[in-house]
Design a protein around this ligand. Structure first.
Ligand SMILES: NC(=O)c1ccc[n+]([C@@H]2O[C@H](COP(=O)([O-])OP(=O)(O)OC[C@H]3O[C@@H](n4cnc5c(N)ncnc54)[C@H](OP(=O)(O)O)[C@@H]3O)[C@@H](O)[C@H]2O)c1
Length: 267
């Protein structure tokens, strides 16, 4: 299969779309993209947060929605493109972590995690990819996590959902390299947001602010690499740990995450 040069969007190519932009990393990335000259369409369920963002930044526009709903997400993509032109760059970032997962594993919680983190991303991806394929160009970045590299205590569902996103992005990259639609995976370490505020059971090395994470992510959008993983030291440590045999990997991970063990079962 012939490989095309990887498409990297610029503000001249069209609008940027960020999901999960009412808070945390998504909000910071939307602001950073607006600062870099993009018109930015922002999506999340909390309309008031999106409206406040749009009121503050003249090139940010709110498109509220629940990524868990397939047909409304398809309609939303059309709505954004009808109002602002082609989506040139999409950051599929919306996601959830339920702190109760650290206490006990239940299928109900795991399904909810998968529904939003995997199903919701798919609901956005489907209409977006169709539109970009028609145009023969576009850039899509999916936010996974370093937790998707391998097993971490208290993150069975969250980590598995993020691993699914990583594998999916790798496959889509290989499939679409010849079409002009480019894929990237974003694997952050620990970022101070509402999500990590509740994750008190975790020791969070190299915890960084959302604004710093947003600058790293947006720099990564402009580069040709597939993966945007940070902070580098933590990403390399996780990657190196994955190369170890299980006899070494498990004791190492158990020691590194001592404070992340489930303490009691809650229903
Ligand atoms: N913080 C970290 O340390 C860290 C590390 C690695 C990866 N990540 C990933 O980064 C992404 C953003 O996380 P964050 O830390 O910024 O968390 P956050 O502050 O809790 O933000 C999550 C965002 O996702 C949106 N969202 C959740 N469910 C949604 C749904 N069903 N439909 C539409 N939007 C939805 C939320 O908006 P509404 O509630 O308004 O819908 C919010 O804007 C997630 O995918 C997370 O897994 C975070």
């Amino acid at each position: 299969m012939r490989q095309r040069a990887r498409f990297r969007a610029t503000p001249k190519d069209g609008v940027a779309w960020v999901t999960g932009a009412s808070a945390g990393i998504g909000r910071a990335v939307a602001i950073e993209l607006a600062r870099r000259g993009y018109r930015v369409a922002v999506t999340a369920r909390r309309e008031s947060e999106l409206a406040a963002l749009a009121a503050e930044y003249k090139n940010i526009f709110g498109f509220p929605g629940d990524i868990g709903e397939r047909a409304p997400m398809a309609a939303l993509v059309h709505e954004i493109e009808a109002a602002h032109g082609p989506i040139a760059l999409a950051f599929l970032n919306a996601g959830v972590y339920f702190p109760a997962e650290a206490e006990s594993f239940t299928a109900a919680l795991a399904w909810r995690t998968f529904e939003v983190n995997v199903g919701g991303t798919l609901n956005c991806l489907d209409p977006l990819l169709a539109a970009m394929e028609r145009r023969g160009r576009g850039q899509i970045a999916i936010n996974a996590s370093l937790a998707g590299y391998g097993g971490i205590p208290g993150s069975a569902a969250y980590g598995a959902a993020k691993a699914a996103l990583i594998a999916m992005a790798e496959a889509l990259k290989l499939t679409h390299d010849s079409t002009g639609v480019s894929f990237q995976i974003v694997n952050p370490g620990f970022v101070r947001t509402d999500m990590t505020a509740y994750a008190t059971h975790f020791h969070m090395p190299f915890l960084m602010e959302a604004e710093q994470a947003a600058r790293i992510i947006c720099d990564g959008f402009e580069r040709t690499g597939f993966e945007i993983a940070f902070p580098r030291r933590l990403a390399y440590a996780f990657k190196a740990a994955r190369l170890l045999p299980y006899a070494l990997f498990f004791p190492l991970m158990a020691r590194a995450t001592r404070r992340a063990r489930p303490r009691r079962r809650v229903n």
